[in-house]
Design a protein around this ligand. Structure first.
Ligand SMILES: Nc1ncnc2c1ncn2[C@@H]1O[C@H](COP(=O)(O)OP(=O)(O)OP(=O)(O)O)[C@@H](O)[C@H]1O
Length: 360
């Protein structure tokens, strides 16, 4: 990763009972997720990036030094925007006035993002004259994101922006975040502890534990790494990217093709042939067979080769890492099944995939 196009951040600090020690190089565009259990230090990293907390270390954003041995830009001098779980909109101002508040703070010559552009990206055209109290949680969060963008930041920090929303609002706001990810030239660092959110949104994933970085890399590979602690959780799985190749009207299914195989999934309204989508394959939904056996209820059968087998933390359970073509997939099996099928690295098997869901 060239330094000019990336973010580097090295921070060390300590609170009673907690120490942070991270050294990160992140892409200069797209969404990076900071991911980990509660208390692992995600918000602290964001606060250090913002200059809200002064840790020992250094930070360079694209080509600008925000912190070094002899520099520490205070928060108001850093061209960044911060979106929190709570939206902090001005309750007595309309949506338009709330948005203008961010916009007017930036001299016209420094504006990178136009007012109408931000309004369109976040779908706010019909809401400009409404008051915040009358908006849904998801709409309020969209206003907060648009207001943040209108300050023309060079870095957007988002701290669990969806955690206060109900499931339906989360579902509504995700396409807007995807649109921003694809349209914005500026990098977004996004704190989350939801695997589904990370799988759907993030290009780059940083997994943290106890104030340290356990893994950092492209989301797909990082989710598939054996040392990713989230593989041990019930909803652990990998992310697979591919293309919709066929739509089946009769059974309401869509054929998803990826580098390594093809799967049927439930068709979503609006899905079109040629759409690029990401799906999540959960380890618990994949069982293994030595022969292809189409005569059963599981319709998705994909050939794969066993790469590695390791014990899970749960006694009697093993994690089998497989390769379907070049695509890594994981299966969670009882150790007895591993033994009875004589599974070992190099063996060819059939993955029986019980359920395939779009990553959302
Ligand atoms: N200003 C502070 N003073 C003392 N301790 C702090 C301070 N800020 C954070 N901590 C502690 O540092 C640790 C990491 O907190 P942080 O908020 O960064 O975690 P997190 O991963 O963002 O958690 P969550 O997902 O619950 O928001 C916690 O143990 C927290 O209590």
């Amino acid at each position: 990763m060239s330094e000019k196009k990336s973010i580097s951040a090295r921070f060390r600090c300590a609170f009673p009972g907690f120490g942070l020690d991270v050294d990160l190089t992140l892409p200069g565009t797209g969404i990076t997720a900071l991911f980990g259990h509660s208390g692992c230090g995600k918000t602290t990293v964001l606060r250090c990036m913002a200059g809200l907390h002064r840790a020992e270390g250094a930070m360079t954003v694209l080509d600008e030094h925000w912190q070094s041995a002899d520099t520490f830009l205070p928060v108001h001098k850093r061209p960044l925007a911060y979106v929190f779980q709570e939206t902090h909109l001005f309750p007595h101002l309309t949506v338009r006035k709330n948005l203008e508040f961010g916009y007017r703070r930036i001299p016209a010559t420094d504006r990178q993002i136009g007012f109408d552009e931000a309004v369109n990206w976040l779908g706010l055209g019909g809401h400009l004259d409404r008051m915040p109290a009358g908006l849904s949680g998801g709409e309020r969060q969209r206003v907060a994101i648009a207001r943040a963008l209108l300050t023309s930041p060079r870095l957007l920090l988002m701290d669990e922006p969806m955690s206060a929303l109900d499931k339906a609002s989360k579902h509504d706001i995700l396409p807007y975040l995807e649109r921003l990810r694809d349209a914005l030239a500026i990098p977004i660092v996004y704190v989350s502890h939801s695997t589904a959110e990370v799988a759907r949104l993030a290009d780059h994933l940083v997994v943290m534990e106890d104030g340290k970085v356990l893994a950092s890399g492209p989301t797909r590979e990082t989710l598939a790494r054996m040392d990713n602690p989230f593989r041990l959780e019930d909803d652990a799985g990998v992310l697979v990217e591919g293309t919709i190749r066929e739509l089946d009207q009769r059974w309401h299914l869509a054929r998803f093709e990826f580098d390594g195989g093809s799967l049927w999934l439930r068709r979503d309204n609006g899905m079109k042939i040629g759409d690029r989508v990401r799906i999540q394959l959960l380890s618990r939904d994949i069982s293994l067979a030595l022969e292809e056996n189409p005569d059963q209820s599981i319709q998705n059968l994909v050939p794969a080769t066993i790469d590695r087998i390791e014990p899970d933390v749960t006694p009697g359970v093993s994690i089998v890492r497989l390769l379907a073509g070049p695509t890594p997939v994981m299966s969670r099996l009882t150790t007895r099944a591993v033994d009875q099928l004589a599974l070992e690295p190099g063996r060819q098997v059939w993955m029986q995939i019980k359920s395939v869901a779009l990553a959302d």
